[in-house]
Design a protein around this ligand. Structure first.
Ligand code: ATP
Length: 235
């Protein structure tokens, strides 16, 4: 069976600066993949390259065999890869519900994720549906950002630094939604500097350093020590 998402030999540049050096990764249906690494390792660039925002200069990205790396960002979203960007980037002048409905513009036909299902996933968004997005707490805004991405009914959901700036109890609340997302058939990639949280949800983990994946495997097989060493660049 071929992978849902197959990234092979991916390179990306910002002008002359090379940020990714031949990254390979595979994501299967029902998997949650964690990408961890220190500041500047290239995690965000990898997410941006997959979604067509960063300039891909080599290699390929396939979704169910379909070539994404030559498509523009909106086409990639239509094809089934949605991103929850670092910093959430909600529309501040719109309500919670309007922000969620914007995500539906990218959907192809029907699908599992509807407004009522997002409300069931994060009930507070039903209670606050008419509030301006910016009136919500940071954690609630993160829920809106996840809900907005899910409204596109993606096959793959990429989440960049969900836990940044949030209290541990709020982070746990957000990650508690992950099993339901995965069970809906949406595979997940999480990018985190918070290793502990990433390892709790991940079926596989990739450690990145200086634009390369330096360690890959199931968290239980790799062991905490090897993961910490890869994260901090101990060889
Ligand atoms: P962080 O956790 O800080 O987001 P990261 O692992 O996501 O780190 P990237 O943001 O992907 O890392 O950055 C990878 C490298 O690319 C870094 O050296 C960074 O300075 C560089 N970089 C990122 N964005 C740009 C840009 N817009 N222009 C030039 N260089 C960039």
């Amino acid at each position: 069976m071929s992978a849902l998402l197959q990234v092979t030999g991916l390179t990306a540049h910002y002008g002359d600066f090379q940020a990714l050096f031949g990254v390979d990764l595979t994501l299967d249906q029902g998997q949650t993949l964690a990408i961890i690494g220190a500041n500047g390792a290239g995690k965000t660039t990898l997410m941006r390259a997959i979604t067509g925002i960063a300039r891909v200069t080599g290699g390929s990205v396939l979704l169910d065999g379909q070539r994404l790396d030559r498509m523009a960002a909106p086409e990639i979203l239509h094809a089934g890869v949605a991103m929850v960007p670092e910093g959430r980037r909600l529309f501040p002048s719109l309500t919670v519900e309007e922000n969620l409905r914007i995500g539906a513009h990218a959907r192809q036909g029907s699908g599992f994720w509807t407004l009522p299902r997002i409300h069931d996933l994060f009930p507070v968004l039903r209670d606050r549906r008419d509030h301006p997005a910016t009136a919500l707490s940071g954690g609630q805004q993160q829920m809106v950002a996840i809900g907005r991405a899910l409204m596109a009914n993606p096959r793959v959901l990429l989440c960049d630094e969900l836990s940044l700036g949030l209290a541990p109890v709020v982070i746990r609340e957000i990650y508690a939604a992950f099993p339901a997302i995965r069970d809906s058939g949406t595979a997940i990639v999480v990018v985190e500097q918070d290793i502990g949280q990433a390892l709790k949800v991940a079926t596989r983990v990739h450690c990145m350093m200086e634009g390369r994946i330096t360690l890959s495997g199931a968290p239980a097989d790799l062991g905490r020590e090897a993961i910490h060493d890869a994260y901090f660049g101990v060889r």
